[in-house]
Design a protein. Structure first.
Lengths: 228, 453
């Protein structure tokens, strides 16, 4: 196996919305197990970059490859399957289904891949326990604090053993202390699970939790550096 | 003018496409409710006028019976009509609640928040009432084509008068405002009340007790009324309305039980789990979708007795034969209106569900949850309660009317056949109406930029 092949690789990404150019030719590589912070001010194109990397949006030009395999040629359905099987997602808030208790929210992606309910909820229970949420399995999203809900979202993103976890402003709705707690859990558990991580944030302290950061401005990568 | 209330028109305009869809649906519901209510009241007034001045000559003996039958039709349709209006007032409630809770956090008083909602729904009610009057005027010549008492109605007979229209213009916005205010009690209590979704309070057995008592009271009154003759008709109609209301009370509780059974049986496919949880999470919301059919099914169950009644040989009684024909016509009109109302209610409630869940559905989609899953969960969350409610409500009607009608409803094959035909048609109609939310779901899923509100 060629260890030099990045886990996720993007070359020359261009994405336009009408007359606005959100991405103007972005190159990004993400190594196996590496965490990358994508920074930039509002409207800089960082969320569009995450959406293109995750196969949510198709770029107008350029390529995205997972483990060396180009994903741009996949149909909408195939990209949905790819996201379900190989990727995990943590959004700012509101991603948990309000009618499901925490344990079933975590179990859902596994059930979508065909795991029987009992097996999926057992696994979900272990994930919740390892993230310090033992005893909260039966709580609804509305009965969890913001930090607890984000930890449930982290467990849900990791339960299927994804290759890459994408987090879009995962601490955007949290206070600073809770935000750091969530970032610590997100980076540590993702690394322990052997997954790579892409975090979109405008907060430099949040970015410090990642191995490396890039800064996107006007649709281009202006600055890249290792954080630790 | 109060500064918060002055925001009402601004909120109306600023809500974007979703707000426009919600407003459009609410206005449609109020318009259908107003139009059909005026048509039904017009029919009642037509029969009442004929009872006072029998037309044509010689039909006077039965005229009183027609008025009672018209009243029964009004009672049978009034609950579905009120249900539809209530559903309209609750449209987009999650979205509106979130906005109002924010205003509460910013310091708006409970009174101002209620005032804002009342203004919004009253305005929708008023526009709906105006369109409803137009609908009534369009339906007027169509209704006049229906033959009753050996002759068709004239438009003048079915005209509710300018007073009737004025009452509609006042009553519909008032009722809309009232149900809007009732629907947001939670926001008024706490600014955080709607920002969080908590484990729903369990519905109690009390609902079943209420239902059993309601049905029992109806059966006792109808048994006594049978021996007392037509004088007890008014009490009977009142009791029937009570029985009807109990169906509305017990329906959500029964759906909650169905959800529990489904949840226990959901082992592998995620769609079963999601459909069961959705039903269990808010059985009242599920009832709002299928409840209209429940009430229509109840009407169909009550009218299943007709084929046995009209099968009586009337060859030597031409007047009686006309009454029998009219019974069938009246029953069919009532059933068609009830099922149409059910379909409109279901379609509107389903669209509201999609809009209220917009954010979580869209985020699930971004994370790779297949579109088919949302479709199949939505379909399953409707279909199972739909079948359950249709059959259950028809059975309830058969039991409730037993003291009055005996086994007449099932004594000839036509009765059950008619019942099954209407329930099948009704289920198909309601199901088709809920499928109209499909394009809305697709447009929600097409959004890759998921806004906070």
């Amino acid at each position: 196996m060629n260890t030099a092949t990045p886990r996720l690789s993007a070359r020359g990404l261009v994405k336009r919305f009408g007359t606005t150019t959100a991405l103007a030719g972005v190159d990004v590589d993400l190594a196996d197990g590496e965490s990358l912070a994508v920074m930039g001010p509002s409207g800089s194109g960082k969320s569009t970059l995450l959406h293109c990397l995750a196969g949510i949006l198709l770029p107008d030009a350029g390529t995205v490859a997972l483990d060396g395999r180009e994903v741009g040629g996949l149909s909408d359905r195939e990209r949905s399957l790819l996201r379900r099987r190989r990727y995990g997602f943590v959004f700012q808030f509101g991603q948990l289904l309000s009618e499901l208790p925490a344990i079933e929210n975590v179990a859902l992606p596994a059930m979508l891949l065909g795991t029987p309910r009992r097996e999926a909820t057992d696994l979900a229970g272990r994930w919740l326990g390892s993230l310090g949420l033992a005893g909260m399995e039966g709580r609804r999203p509305g009965e969890l604090s913001g930090g607890q809900a984000q930890r449930v979202a982290v467990a849900r993103a990791l339960i299927t053993g994804p290759a890459v976890v994408f987090a879009d402003e995962p601490t955007g709705a949290l206070d600073q202390a809770t935000g750091h707690d969530v970032m610590r859990i997100l980076t540590e558990t993702t690394k322990a699970a052997g997954a790579s991580l892409v975090v979109v944030t405008h907060d430099a302290q949040v970015a410090d939790w990642c191995d490396r950061r890039i800064e996107v401005r006007d649709g281009l990568v202006r600055h890249a550096e290792a954080t630790r | 003018m109060n500064a918060v209330l002055a925001l009402a028109p601004r909120f109306q305009r600023a809500g974007g496409r979703d707000a426009r869809v919600t407003t459009g649906l609410a206005i449609t519901a109020f318009a259908v409710t107003t139009g059909l209510t005026l048509s039904v009241v017009g029919g009642l007034m037509g029969f009442t006028t004929r009872a006072q001045v029998p037309v044509p000559e010689g039909q006077g003996d039965d005229a009183g019976v027609y008025v009672i039958l018209a009243w029964i039709a009004v009672v049978l349709l009034v609950v579905p009509l009120i249900t539809l209006a209530g559903a309209a007032a609750r449209l987009g409630v999650a979205r509106r609640d979130a906005r109002l809770a924010t205003l509460r956090l910013l310091g708006a008083t409970p009174r101002e928040v209620v005032g804002l909602t009342v203004t919004e729904t009253a305005w929708q009610g008023l526009v709906g009432a105006v369109l409803g009057i137009v609908l009534y005027l369009v339906l007027l010549p169509v209704c006049a084509l229906l033959p009753f008492q050996g002759t068709t109605f004239s438009v003048a007979e079915l005209w509710v008068g300018w007073e009737g229209l004025a009452i509609a213009l006042v009553a519909v916005p008032l009722l809309a405002a009232l149900s809007g205010a009732v629907s947001l009690r939670r926001v008024s209590v706490s600014p955080l009340g709607v920002a969080r979704r908590e484990t729903p309070k369990k519905m109690t057995w009390l609902r079943v007790v209420v239902a059993v008592v309601g049905i029992g009271v109806f059966m006792v009154i109808s048994a006594v009324a049978g021996s007392l003759g037509a004088t007890a008709a008014a009490a009977l109609i009142g009791a029937m309305a009570v029985g009807f209301a109990t169906l509305n009370a017990v329906g959500p509780w029964v759906l909650g039980i169905v959800g529990k059974v489904q949840l226990r049986r959901a082992t592998t496919p995620a769609r079963l789990l999601l459909a069961a949880r959705r039903l269990l999470d808010d059985p009242k919301a599920a009832w709002r979708v299928v409840g209209g059919l429940g009430l229509a099914g109840f009407v169909a169950g009550a009218l299943a007795v007709l084929p046995s009644i009209v099968a009586v040989d009337m060859s030597d009684d031409p007047q009686g034969a006309i009454l029998m024909d009219d019974l069938v016509t009246g029953a069919m009109v009532t059933l068609v209106v009830a099922f149409l109302l059910a379909a409109v209610s279901a379609g509107i409630a389903q669209a509201a569900n999609v809009l209220d869940r917009r954010r979580e559905i869209a985020l699930q989609n971004l994370a790779g949850t297949p579109v088919e899953l949302h479709d199949s969960v939505r379909r399953r969350a409707v279909l199972v309660p739909l079948l359950f409610v249709a059959v259950g409500s028809a059975m309830t009607a058969l039991v409730m009317f037993y003291p009055l009608l005996g086994l007449a409803a099932v004594s000839s094959p036509q009765g059950p056949l008619m019942l099954v035909a209407f329930l099948t048609g009704g289920c198909a109609l309601v199901f088709a109406a809920t499928e109209t939310s499909r394009p809305l779901l697709r447009s929600v899923l097409a959004d890759t930029v998921v806004r906070a509100d």
